[in-house]
Design a protein around this ligand. Sequence first.
Ligand code: IVH
Length: 671
Amino acid sequence: MKGMTEEAPEEIKERVKELREELRKHEYQYYVRDNPLISDAEYDSLLQELKELEEEYPALKDPNSPTVRVGGEPRDEFTKVEHSQEMLSLGNAFSPEDLRAFADRIKRRLGKDEEFNYVVEHKIDGLALILRYQAGELVLGATRGDGRTGEDVTANVRTIPAVPLKLKREVDIEIRGEAFMPREKFISLNERRLSRGEEPFANPRNAAAGSIRQLDPGIAARRPLSFLAYDVIQALEYSCSSHLEALKLLAELGFKVNWHEQAGDIETVIALCQDWVKRQQELEHDIDGMVVKVNQLDLRPLLGATSKSPRWAVAFKFPAQQKTTRVKDIKISLGRTGVLTPTAELEPVEVDGSTVSRATLHNEDEINRKDVRIGDKVLIQKAGDIIPEVVKVIKEERTGQEKKFEFPESCPACGEPVFRDPEEAVYRCLNSTCPAVVRESILHFVSRDAMNIEGVGPALIDRLLEQDLIENQADLFFLEESDLIQLERMAEKSARNVLEAIEESKSRPLARVIFALGIRHVGLRTARLLTDKFGSLARIREAGREELEEIAEIGPVIAESIVNYFATPRNNRLLARLKEAEVTMESKSRQQSLTLEGYKFVLTGQLENFTRQEAAAEIEKRGGRVTASVSSQTDYLVRGESPGSKLQQARQEGTKILTEEDFLQLLTKED
Ligand code: IVH
């Protein structure tokens, strides 16, 4: 091997550069333009030549060389990346009326004099990717994750041939698009998997997502993924005034751009959407709908976003896949808000690539309206990620054996009477100690988007509740190894893992903790807005309706729900226990700045408000240090009742002496 120490000769450098340019040109022609200029064999031989030169002269290696398409070193986990701009999701429209309502909302906000039009695109059923380029070179590929933070999947993204590693201009830019697996490629991949005795992927989307989240880029490289770009972040900065111009810019930079068409009004949008419902099979990849976006970029900030999605765009979802099956039974399940939801248990059927054995019946009125009975043959549907539902009963097939379902008058979990909420048409169990409500609340608390306590799932929670080891969320933090070990099927090692996971969750960001509390109507996004404005649970608790409603996205219903939550003694007891467990109660950015950084303290005598340990902890939290004896290095001596000889020493050293009151003032100074 040369090159590690030795510089490559000029002519080699030239050849490598030439090969890379040549290969890039052909990649672009093949994968982006669908217009190959040379045969695969010719391409392979150029690539082989480049590979050999890079092997021989490792100093010439480049992370964005066409040779990286084959994948790099496997890794242990993905690092998290914070997105430069939050990636929201899209609101849904299911009918022409929904699309008209979307247009009306926009017109109302902008006023009737504002002129605008739309761009209609395919909604690709894949995995959203965010790509960052610096001076035209790909430096980051990330997944959407929770919208704020995603995972750094750059090594895998580099293996997708339709993702340019080097743009046609040396710009700094961030773009978004969708990685997906073309349908044909998906079918043959599954055939290969089956023939090797491996589990097939449920659908092209799962296959794409699974490939992007592969820890071994070598495997990702062998998965036939493609990429279509649909968005430029901060497009205004690249002198694009419309989305159409942004899409044109993407094409000029070398991206394969998602299908799109401009539409002057909502009726044209509707016609395009309906046209593609029929034509979707023409495409080489799956689309699950259309995305409609306001074209004028300067109008987007004016329209803003709701709690979940921008008001300037909407997803028109294609009609759901439907199948028939039989209702075996109707069961009631309880949610954490005490709502009783009837669910149909079905004979399992395959819909949209997954097996469905349950469908929601929503509420009593829905059961009556559709007249669903146990034993009925029913038409069910599933649209995307939506919970499967019963569309209608096939009454022609009734035998007379079907049984009507009686909605229970008491809670199936606690036996207390249930109440019908006239506004929501639902029955609710109002018993806050109802075991089902408690269980669901705890499950929500530990769930992924909330405290994300790994290893603590339904099975363990059920056992802990059965054995009276916990009564609520906070009790989890006071579990001991001996509590867990006595449980069936719990070895010492798993007990320790569980305790570690619980311990680790204490430092989750405040927004997660707020979301985990399960306050009605407070989702993760609202929790984040509350965190940003108030910074601590204590401040949120003090806030009245008015102050809460100062947050644009919080209206009277959410505000009231928050106020009610904090007015309930049971909730306050829970919060006190969580605080005692040292679960995050303040946002990290507002937590104590290190106001005592660099200062040395000595404590003497009895303090009124703290034990010695507590006082030391307060000092250390702020970056200060506590030592046992006074020296010339000591900055402060804190004196309590009946101080010891340290007071004398401090006087001799000329150390500053603080009473407890001075000390308290020092602590609260810049909090
Ligand atoms: S725009 C603020 N355009 O749909 C929304 N998204 O629900 C930014 N998707 O996670 C997204 N095709 O994965 C946009 N042409 C398209 C899309 C598209 C598919 C996906 C994307 C995103 C989800 C939004």
